[in-house]
Design a protein around this ligand. Structure first.
Ligand code: AMP
Length: 307
């Protein structure tokens, strides 16, 4: 089933306890589309870049059957730039620089060939733009998933709440869930956030896995314990790409299938963190993905006899 993804395409400069990068390709749509492309093809991307963007990366997207027809190129402007530094636990980070550049006045255009998509992934970028994308689709997709971050909660909370009210699934991290709800308990936070609109809520907890809330149901997926986490950037987006990619490939949006999708998302995220940037997502095989998912199955499977 067809999938459209909107989100930033960026240059990132990263600092981790293992090293530093100069500007490398990142951005929510880059990670989401690469991860999703292992489940559905084509993946249709809506985004904007400057004339400085990396052409090799666009080429890679094409090789993975990711359509960039909806990616605007502003020749005389600069691509979005983000820089972040991870603390020693690799689970928390601080943003050092956010330069919106071309994202500052982004007016998304939906190519005719993207119309009628059944799955829509609203990756991280201004909530007003995410809302515009929903409005510019002639038919509402079967499932709309939204990701966001604290940056938008700080500067565009009203827009964020308006967009949230229009989506089916919201995916955020634990810190952001606490900020959005004003509740420390994630169970209380989930209740408040679900009341704002989305029927399903995913709270990502970095190396501690992810929770999926729906009504009275809660599902927990661990993160795979890895010997080395090299660079967590994009793990949340990669998770989202695996999650919606799996749902789109099966066409099934039930809670039961979302549990599987959360595991597929977690498996894809576990690859992402093994190398800097999008590197590890460039040439995975079906066997890599299957054996990673199998590790998740083994990680949580146990027998018990209840008295
Ligand atoms: P994640 O680690 O999954 O939260 O995503 C990291 C990616 O988000 C990086 O590649 C950044 O380029 C991108 N990013 C960071 N801040 C923003 C923002 N305010 N809007 C859109 N994308 C962002």
């Amino acid at each position: 089933m067809s999938l459209t993804v909107v989100g930033s395409m960026a240059f990132d400069a990263l600092e981790t306890p293992f090293g530093k990068t100069d500007k490398i390709v990142g951005g929510a749509a880059s990670y989401i589309s690469l991860a999703a492309s292992y489940f559905v093809q084509p993946v249709n991307v809506v985004s904007v870049v400057g004339g400085d963007f990396d052409q090799d990366h666009i080429q890679l997207m094409h090789e993975r059957h990711i359509s960039t027809e909806g990616v605007q190129v502003k020749e005389n402007e600069k691509s979005f730039f983000w820089s972040g530094r991870y603390f020693n636990d690799m689970n928390s980070r601080e943003t050092l620089v956010t330069e919106l550049n071309v994202l500052g006045d982004f007016d998304p255009v939906i190519p005719q060939s993207y119309q009628g998509c059944e799955f829509l992934m609203l990756g991280n970028l201004a909530p007003q733009v995410q809302k515009t994308v929903i409005e510019r689709l002639h038919e509402r997709p079967k499932l709309v998933v939204m990701d966001t971050m604290n940056f938008w909660m700080d500067i565009a909370l009203d827009d964020l709440k308006e967009t949230m009210a229009l989506v089916d699934v919201l995916s955020i991290n634990d810190e952001e869930a606490r900020q959005l709800s004003g509740e420390y308990s994630l169970v209380k936070a989930a209740k408040k956030i679900v009341a704002m609109g989305p029927r399903f809520l995913i709270i990502k907890k970095g190396e501690h896995g992810a929770l999926l809330f729906h009504g009275e149901n809660v599902f927990f997926a661990p993160a795979l314990p890895l010997e080395e986490v090299f660079d967590p950037t994009g793990a949340g987006d990669t998770f989202a790409g695996g999650f919606i990619g799996y749902l789109a490939s099966t066409g099934d949006t039930s809670f039961e299938n979302m549990k599987r999708a959360v595991i597929y998302g977690s498996a894809m995220a576990s690859f992402c963190v093994e190398k800097f940037g999008t590197e590890r997502l460039k040439n995975l095989t079906q066997q890599d993905i299957d054996s990673r998912v199998q590790k998740f199955v083994e990680l949580v499977a146990f027998d018990t006899i209840l008295q």
